[in-house]
Write a protein that binds this ligand. Structure first.
Ligand SMILES: Nc1ncnc2c1ncn2[C@@H]1O[C@H](COP(=O)(O)OP(=O)(O)O)[C@@H](O)[C@H]1O
Ligand SMILES: [Mg+2]
Length: 365
């Protein structure tokens, strides 16, 4: 008896998405099954191109289908379509699928460094990525991306983002005169965040990363009101003070009803370039313990690298300057974890809603 598409689907039910804890058939990932003689072809559409277990899932799919009687060849095409957050009523950026805010308790922990490199790591997987510098008090993205002199132009009444390393960038730094200091008051911060969302031609994006100012002032609040945040990433260093303040920031985001995606630890370890020995520099609370104490995932640790600090100050992010180093590897891993957690939040919301009507319907159009 020849194998049927139903047989293939039945076999693929054995393949589970490890993050979503559901089989790939009921998640709606399996598409376009074609059977010709003994050859089975199909497409598996994941929820992010940055999926950290893409190869593993592909191998499992091939294995279970190849085991069916009468199948002598399996061709799986792996694709991805980022699931969209649900736009809210007065959504200023409805065509942006996921909004991920990068926050910290205190300044100087590497929030901007992490934002820039995670944005590049995500873009390298094929995702369409924007980076919004909402740190109005100290916009550092233009410098870190090596384009402090860039001045965006306006088209059809909207500011066109600057493109750099495959990322669409916007920062107040591009709009201010150099050396111009602004005396900020709360409503001005809110107004600026709104402008950076509404007046910028962000276009269709899979991920918009937002580099927030440290702490929990007006910027995160405005952002949460103007565009639903998929989730917040908390960046910390293992100083006691930093971890303590980071914990407080996390609590405040909870109160704002912004889901927390996880904790990124920065500058905790130094990897010796010659002998590869890892040493921990500070004795304070590790990011992993902080994540556990808040009850959110630990996304990973970015090692301290003096060479990279230098590059970043020169305007070349470490993902670009030194893709072979430990730090870039950490960013790639964290970007995968982050994208997976964003999918978990979006898909589990879809799942909860469709469970109410008794059937799982993915939200993506
Ligand atoms: N993992 C790291 N290794 C080396 N230097 C780092 C690392 N992370 C950040 N830095 C450096 O620390 C300084 C502060 O980082 P930055 O990203 O500007 O922090 P924040 O945005 O939280 O204020 C910068 O000079 C940056 O180059
Ligand atoms: Mg910064």
């Amino acid at each position: 008896m020849a194998v049927t598409p139903e047989d293939v689907l039945e076999a693929l039910r054995a393949v589970q998405d490890p993050d979503l804890h559901r089989d790939i058939v009921s998640l709606g990932f399996v598409q376009e099954i074609q059977i010709e003689e003994g050859t089975v072809r199909f497409r598996v559409e994941l929820t992010t191109p940055a999926c950290p277990v893409k190869e593993q899932l592909q191998a499992q799919c091939e294995e279970v289908v190849a085991a069916l009687p009468g199948v002598n060849r399996v061709e799986v095409e792996m694709t991805a379509q980022v699931r969209a957050r649900r736009p809210q009523q007065e959504d200023l950026i409805p065509q942006v699928k996921q909004v991920i805010a990068i926050a910290s308790g205190k300044g100087g922990v590497g929030k901007s460094t992490v934002s820039v490199n995670l944005a590049i790591a995500l873009a390298q997987t094929g995702a369409r990525v924007g980076l919004m510098d909402a740190d109005v008090y100290g916009p550092s993205i233009p410098l870190m991306m090596g384009c402090p002199e860039a001045r965006p132009f306006t088209q059809d009444g909207k500011i066109v983002p600057i493109e750099r390393h495959g990322i669409h960038l916007m920062s107040l730094g591009f709009l201010l005169e150099e050396g111009h200091a602004v005396l900020w008051r709360g409503p001005m911060v809110a107004g600026t965040v709104k402008q950076l969302l509404a007046d910028v031609a962000w276009g269709e994006l899979d991920y918009l990363l937002v580099d927030l100012p440290p702490g929990t002032g007006d910027a995160p609040m405005s952002l949460a009101q103007l565009a639903p945040i998929t989730g917040v990433v908390i960046v910390t260093t293992p100083h006691h003070v930093a971890a303590n303040i980071a914990g407080k920031a996390a609590q405040l985001f909870r109160r704002l009803n912004s889901p927390l995606l996880g904790v990124v630890e920065n500058m905790a370890e130094f990897v010796c370039p010659t002998c590869k020995t890892r040493s921990r520099i500070f004795t304070g609370m590790p990011g992993e313990d902080l994540a556990r104490s808040i009850g959110i995932p630990f996304l990973g640790s970015v090692p301290l690298d003096p060479a990279i600090s230098h590059c970043s100050d020169e305007g070349i992010p470490s993902m670009v300057a030194h893709p072979e180093r430990e730090q870039a590897k950490a960013f790639v891993e964290i970007a995968g974890m982050l994208a997976a957690q964003a999918s978990v939040l979006t898909v589990s919301r879809d799942q909860r809603e469709s469970d109410k009507v008794g059937q799982f319907v993915p939200s993506n159009g």
